[in-house]
Design a protein around this ligand. Structure first.
Ligand code: ATP
Ligand code: MG
Length: 416
């Protein structure tokens, strides 16, 4: 037997049902908020991720799946969604002559060579949005609210932890102060942080190893280094979040794992267990850094597997096991033909319907109808069919009525 690769999984059973439920919710939300689907390739030129995610990030230094294809090109399986979307916006000149926001979303698999554990896989799924062409903090607030309310609609209570990394100058001043503070203590921090101090000092703030150390608890505060503009912008975002009734708190340790963020960044933290479900931020310089025009942007990504885990542990999703509305029971050839006809009408009228396609006995069919949680059974028998009648049984109340065959579809549509 050949086993699946480490860190991958087969989506099936309850997880698949929850996944479908989440996907429907995402599609509804995206249409209500006017975001358009974009699907970019799962593999891209390696350089794209080195230049966007950042040479010194954990993702690029330790986690990418890199290979040479048969044409000797350096290829990487995408570890995140933003780089590909930005590449596509530039390559397809989506910014064109539009002056309104370009609002895109994706939902697809990502690949990171990580140590597999609960909520951490090598192949995983992210839903994310990227919105371009506007530097208005109102768009930040909208983007934050989309997934806050997505989680809310799914029954997950979460807090948005927000921070401002400021503009380039604020960040430079803060980074200098941070390095100055950390240098004397550096040998007390983990090995990764000892490297980060030279390559990417801000990342030390969200180090998972050192997070409880006294050294990190007393670092200089970034809020003391923000420019007037960055402060005002952060205040605006908070004002809009209040209007949108979003549960947020400022957390100055949120810096995010990718290099390209500036100004507002945030993470969604599940109230039930403190797990980070997703995060995002503004990235006003990435499009330009990838040889595009200078257009501002803001976006986020959430991990679908972590959402599935949270739902499984905390929420009873209604009707998750209900597979069909109607089960049509038939045994004889004539009954089977009528079952096929009626099922076809029902299915084409959006009524989920199952039939006996395995030549089962009546007893087995009753059992299966229960397992599929059919609301109604349509029980066909030759005698009634000859009179143009079918029996409909309410599977909860067990009440039965006879209905004219011609009216069965209308009857079901009127009663489910
Ligand atoms: P973490 O700190 O947990 O490693 P991250 O900062 O690397 O997360 P992002 O790159 O911001 O994660 O990705 C956004 C979301 O995608 C995460 O909050 C998480 O829900 C999900 N995610 C990231 N990596 C994985 C993974 N290996 N397996 C499953 N989900 C993941
Ligand atoms: Mg990570």
């Amino acid at each position: 037997m050949i086993a699946k690769p480490k860190g991958t999984y087969d989506l099936m059973g309850v997880d698949a049902k929850i996944y479908t439920y989440i996907s429907h919710e995402i599609e509804d939300m995206m249409s209500n908020y006017n975001y358009e689907l974009i699907r970019t390739p799962i593999f891209e030129a390696s350089e794209l991720f080195h230049r966007s995610v950042g040479e010194t990030t954990d993702i690029v230094t330790k986690e990418t799946y890199d290979f040479k294809d048969r044409g000797d090109r350096n290829i990487t399986l995408r570890p995140e969604g933003t780089a590909g979307v930005v590449r596509s916006v530039i390559e397809n000149k989506l910014y064109g002559n539009k002056n309104d926001a370009i609002k895109l979303y994706y939902n697809g698999t990502m690949y990171r060579y990580e140590r597999p554990q609960s909520g951490r896989n090598r192949e995983f799924t992210q839903f994310g949005i990227e919105a371009f062409n506007s530097n208005d903090p109102m768009l930040d607030a909208e983007v934050i609210s989309v997934s806050y309310y997505l989680l809310n609609n799914l029954g997950i209570e979460a807090t948005v932890a927000i921070n401002s990394l400021g503009d380039a100058e604020s960040r430079k001043n803060y980074t200098d102060a941070l390095v100055k503070y950390l240098k004397p203590h550096i040998n007390d921090l983990c090995e990764d942080c000892q490297n980060r101090i030279n390559t990417n000092p801000l990342r030390i703030l969200d180090c998972k190893v050192d997070k409880d150390s006294e050294i990190l608890k007393n670092v200089p505060k970034i809020s003391d280094y923000l420019s007037k503009e960055s402060k005002e912008r952060f205040e605006k975002v908070k004002e809009y979040l209040n209007i949108l009734d979003i549960n947020y708190e400022v957390n100055e340790n949120i810096v995010r794992g990718l290099d390209y963020y500036d100004e507002n960044v945030w993470e969604y933290i599940a109230d039930s267990d403190g797990v980070t479900l997703g995060g995002g931020g503004r990235y006003n310089h990435l499009v330009e850094a990838l040889d595009g025009p200078s257009i501002p942007a803001v976006g986020f990504a959430m991990g679908i597997e972590r959402i599935i885990l949270n739902i499984k542990e905390n929420i009873e999703v209604k009707n998750l096991d209900q597979a069909v509305d109607v089960y049509i029971m038939s045994v004889s050839d004539e009954e089977k033909i009528r079952a096929l006809e009626i099922a076809q009408y029902l299915r084409l009228n959006n009524v989920a319907t199952e039939i006996n396609s395995c030549n089962l006995s009546m007893k087995s069919q009753f059992k299966i109808a229960d397992r599929l949680q059919a609301k109604f059974l349509i029980i066909l028998n030759n005698e009634d069919l000859q009179k143009g009648l079918v029996n409909i049984k309410d599977n909860a109340t067990k009440e039965e009525i006879k209905v004219d065959e011609a009216e069965v579809v209308d009857w079901i549509l009127g009663n489910i």
